[in-house]
Design a protein around this ligand. Structure first.
Ligand SMILES: [Zn+2]
Length: 111
C-alpha cells in the first residue's frame, strides 16, 4: 500500500476515496477513529490517511486526483460527460451515470 493523501478533514479524505474508487482504484483509509470514535486512542494529531492498496495504481491515482476540480467553485456550469454523454448538473464533481470525473475545463470554457 502507498499513502496518497492525508487531511485533517475526514470528509475530504472520504471524498477523494470515492473519486478513486469510481476510477476503479482500490483504496483504504487509515486513522479513521482518530477523531474520537474509540476512547482508547490517545489524542495524537493524527489525520485520516488515504492509501492506495495496489501500488501499481498509484500513478493513475495521482493523475485522477490532479485532474479533479473541486465542485466548490462559484462559476461552475452544467457539463456533459465525455464518456457517456450524459448531461450532469454543475453541483456534481463526477458523472452521476458512469462515475467519470468532471473534466478540468467545461466543454465551453472559452468565452
Ligand atoms: Zn458518464
Amino acid at each position: 500500500m502507498k499513502k496518497i493523501f492525508e487531511h485533517i478533514d475526514f470528509s475530504r479524505v472520504g471524498h477523494f476515496q470515492s473519486i478513486l474508487e469510481h476510477a476503479g482504484i482500490t483504496t483504504h483509509i487509515k486513522n479513521l477513529g482518530a477523531s474520537g470514535a474509540s476512547g482508547e486512542i490517545p489524542f495524537h494529531e493524527v489525520w485520516p490517511e488515504l492509501w492506495v492498496v495496489d501500488e501499481a495504481d498509484y500513478p493513475r491515482a495521482i493523475s485522477v486526483l490532479e485532474s479533479y476540480e473541486p465542485p466548490e467553485t462559484e462559476d461552475l456550469t452544467d457539463w456533459v460527460c465525455q464518456k457517456c454523454k450524459e448531461d450532469v448538473g454543475k453541483e456534481f464533481g463526477e458523472c452521476w451515470n458512469c462515475g467519470t470525473i468532471r473534466p478540468e475545463t467545461g466543454p465551453a470554457a472559452e468565452s
